[in-house]
Design a protein around this ligand. Structure first.
Ligand code: FUB
Ligand code: ZN
Length: 634
């Protein structure tokens, strides 16, 4: 059952920490990514604009260039437009709107007469449309453009892209449902997009199609083998018999373990949870719940990252969470936030917001350089100079963020997530307003109420709300806060706490204050995580900290943290944002081991160690980094 409604992006005006990141997206990331897509930024070629131009020419029978890039290159346009739309919804900007309109015109001109839209198979190989659902990503690209269309219509009231994508969705509906062609997306995405389109337009075909793709998946576990046998071409030669890779080994309602490609998995689960809440489908929700537990109890990095192996960009077996070879794709953490947000719509429970903020403040933000123009795709929890990015086992774990990628799924994904964070933070149900994330700024709700949130979070742990127009304020109480105090108009109160939310009755003009215990703490891994035996991580509030060469010199791998010592604020580093809190903690360094192996016991020398938030690593130097430190209590 849909328990609550998220606010529209335009209803949140950010300030503070979130405001700074939204400004970075607006002023740096969106303009930069626009130049990249036009091949004007001097980075890795993108070809996004030229693909749409060439597809339009191909349809008009004009001479045209070749398709460039990944088979899913069109999806970058969808994500960028979505980010642009959210940004416009918060801050009008004529130049950005003109740029978005320019891209939308090209997209519209690249749509075939029957509604089909995908530049890869329009520029050439039109006879191969829909032949390779396993690899060709046509439904994935359509999904991203549908999401963009919904966001752009909501932000600007302009229908052009929405009309285009409604025609495209009708085409897909005709193909898979009216004409009964078999199959489901190799890369889930369109399911969640169709749910958005359904909610915006009330077109029942979108709901039917989303349900069809969700329920068809895995019914015939050999579908992709048959599909592959029926064509004489491939994109990458993907193994059609590995159903787990795209979560199609069994029907989704029977799935119990999060398996395969991590982004595919969480996009699918998001669509499932969306459908479950919309149609009050308890069985489907129960499947989502099992998959959620599989992730958060056995397959989740402390940084909120998922997908621990480079092989297939995938989930590994339970408790296999190596720090140095982690894949932990930025998109996968974003997808996990999507999944958590849709679970919340089925079941109001603090654990979903806890995971949203874990993924957001750590992996998602680590994906972005402070200048907004370089990005991590892979987010390891340990970087080893000379090994990371170099050794055959570590080629994927880069030490510094590149300006772009041949496969550029993550940078525009981060842009759209950050610019729309308000809808993950706030929701309403009747006269109750929900605060899932501590996002400073002003919010107006459809029920007529409004709220002003002030906080220095994630570095400060007092959160003040000024409220008018609602009867109950429901605030998530983070699971890591050992003690949380509540005040109403300065008086201490003891609100009812249910499933991780404090429910506080309020009257117009009330001021509610939460004081969360965000003191630095050491966190220890389960003994079942073999690669983390004997380690500890330093955390403060929602932030995971890491130890970097820039603060500590070349001793990270030889250091112990003393978990009996208390972490204290250290002098700030001007190279980091001014509010970023560095921590100092007691520790030891092993010394005196020159040879490869030796019988001489190392000397232990006391040393103060410095840590910074993981999301900021790699901004000052190409250096060693560790989240999980050898732990000692001497
Ligand atoms: O396949 C499209 C995107 O490219 C995936 O979501 C990412 O993991 C990357 O492989
Ligand atoms: Zn990605």
């Amino acid at each position: 059952m849909k328990t609550m409604k998220s606010i529209p992006v335009s209803a949140y005006k950010s300030s503070g920490f979130i405001g700074d990141y939204q400004e970075l997206v607006r002023k740096e990331m969106i303009p930069y990514q626009y130049r990249v897509m036009k091949d004007e930024a001097g980075t890795e070629k993108s070809g996004v604009f030229s693909n749409f131009i060439n597809a339009g020419k191909a349809l008009r029978g004009e001479e045209h260039g070749d398709f460039y890039g990944m088979v899913f290159q069109d999806s970058d346009a969808g994500k960028w437009l979505e980010a642009a739309a959210y940004s416009l919804a918060s801050v009008p900007d004529e130049q950005l709107e003109a740029r978005a309109d320019e891209l939308i015109d090209l997209i519209a001109a690249a749509q075939d007469k029957d509604g089909y839209l995908d530049t890869r198979f329009t520029i050439s190989d039109r006879d191969r449309r829909w032949e390779n659902l396993l690899e060709a990503h046509e439904l994935y690209c359509a999904g991203h453009l549908i999401e963009a269309a919904c966001a752009y219509y909501e932000a600007t009231g302009k229908r052009k892209l929405l009309d285009v994508m409604q025609r495209c969705a009708a085409h897909i509906h005709r193909h898979f449902i009216e004409e009964g062609r078999p199959g489901f997306p190799g890369h889930p995405e369109i399911e969640l997009a169709l749910m958005k389109l359904y909610r915006l337009t009330s077109d029942k075909r979108c709901l039917e199609l989303a349900k069809h793709f969700i329920d068809t998946r895995g019914q015939d576990p050999d579908f992709y083998k048959k599909e592959k046998a029926s064509r004489d071409w491939t994109v990458w030669g993907n193994d059609a018999s590995n159903g787990d890779y795209q979560q199609s080994s069994r029907p989704v309602r029977e799935q119990t373990e999060a398996v395969g490609h991590a982004v595919r998995a969480v996009y699918l689960y998001t669509g499932m949870a969306d459908l479950a809440s919309e149609t009050e489908d308890k069985e489907l929700f129960n499947a989502c719940r099992r998959l959620w537990e599989s992730i958060v109890n056995r397959k989740l990095y402390i940084t909120g990252g998922i997908g621990s192996t480079v092989h297939g960009e995938a989930f590994s077996v339970d408790f296999d969470l190596p720090p140095d070879t982690a894949y932990s794709e930025t998109c996968a953490a974003i997808g996990l936030m999507f999944f958590a947000s849709r679970m919340l719509e089925n079941d109001i429970s603090g654990e979903y917001g806890d995971v949203m903020e874990q993924a957001f403040y750590n992996t998602v933000l680590a994906g972005i350089q402070l200048d907004g123009q370089r990005f991590f795709y892979v987010n390891p929890l340990e970087a080893v100079p000379g090994v990371s990015g170099v050794a055959p086992t570590h080629r994927h774990t880069l030490m510094k963020r590149p300006g772009w990628y041949a496969c550029a799924c993550c940078p525009p994904n981060a842009a759209r997530l950050i610019s729309s964070i308000g809808k993950y933070a706030y929701a309403e149900s009747g006269d109750t307003v929900y605060c899932h994330l501590f996002a400073p700024g002003k919010v107006s709700f459809e029920n007529g109420s409004s709220l002003h949130c002030e906080t220095g979070y994630p570095y400060g742990f007092t959160v003040t709300y000024k409220i008018t127009g609602c009867t109950t304020l429901a605030v998530r109480v983070p699971h890591w806060s050992r003690e949380t105090s509540f005040f109403k108009n300065g008086e201490a109160i003891t609100p009812e706490i249910r499933k991780g939310y404090a429910y506080i009755p309020v009257n117009d003009g009330d001021e509610i204050r939460l004081v969360i215990d965000g003191k630095p703490r050491f966190v220890y891994p389960s003994e079942r995580i073999h690669s983390l035996s004997g380690k500890a991580a330093l955390c403060m509030g929602p932030l995971v900290y890491c130890f970097e060469g820039a603060d500590n010199g070349d001793i990270i791998a030889a250091s112990y943290v003393d978990t009996g010592s208390e972490a204290k604020p250290a002098f700030p580093d001007p190279r980091l944002p001014k509010n970023a809190l560095r921590l100092a903690v007691g520790g030891y360094v092993r010394a005196g081991q020159e040879s490869l192996y030796s019988t001489a016991a190392p000397r232990l020398e006391p040393r103060e160690l410095y840590a910074i938030p993981y999301c900021l690593w790699g901004n000052r130097a190409e250096n060693a980094m560790r989240v999980w430190m050898d732990a000692a209590r001497l």
